[in-house]
Design a protein around this ligand. Structure first.
Ligand code: CA2
Length: 145
């Protein structure tokens, strides 16, 4: 059995579909998880899907992924713009990393234009809502050993 793709979600994404639907849509994180699982299954893969509001928890999961995952899909949310800890963990992960975002940060406030995660991501999928995750899972599956 091949290793799963870790799909990791950063702070406040648990509110998806519940708050600010005008920006992030009505799809819940549980819906996104179901879409990722279905897309992975169609490609003969599985996903481990997790969300945390805590930077250290995300670092722990990235470290776990080094041995347990074949690839990482990460929506770091706001930590993408601030966290050198996530960058360092991802650099050490030694598996392909795909960054994904629901919105298009480049079309939003200037503080969202840079992410540290992009420095280590093989690819970045943005602006397509839940579809960003599906395409990110597809890319991760293609890159996975
Ligand atoms: O577009 C994305 O996926 C983001 O990663 C979402 C982050 C934002 O800080 C990034 O710049 C872009 C925010 C996630 C917060 O999600 C919420 C969802 C519903 C209600 C409130 C927040």
């Amino acid at each position: 059995m091949s290793k799963p793709i870790y799909v990791l979600n950063g702070p406040n994404l648990n509110l998806l579909g519940v708050r600010e639907p005008e920006i992030y849509g009505k799809t819940t994180l549980a819906d996104v998880q179901a879409l990722c699982e279905a897309r992975a299954k169609s490609l003969g893969k599985t996903v481990v899907f997790r969300q945390s509001n805590h930077e250290g928890q995300l670092v722990d999961w990235i470290q776990e992924a080094r041995t347990m995952a074949c690839a990482i899909v990460i929506n770091p949310a706001a930590y993408g713009h601030t966290s050198i800890a996530l960058l360092d963990a991802l650099k050490a992960a030694e598996v392909p990393v795909i960054e994904c975002h629901l919105s298009n940060p480049a079309a939003r406030e200037s503080f969202r234009h840079h992410t540290y995660v992009s420095l280590v991501a093989t690819g970045v999928v943005t602006g397509l809502g839940a579809k960003s995750y599906e395409l990110a899972v597809e890319a991760a599956a293609a890159l996975a050993a």
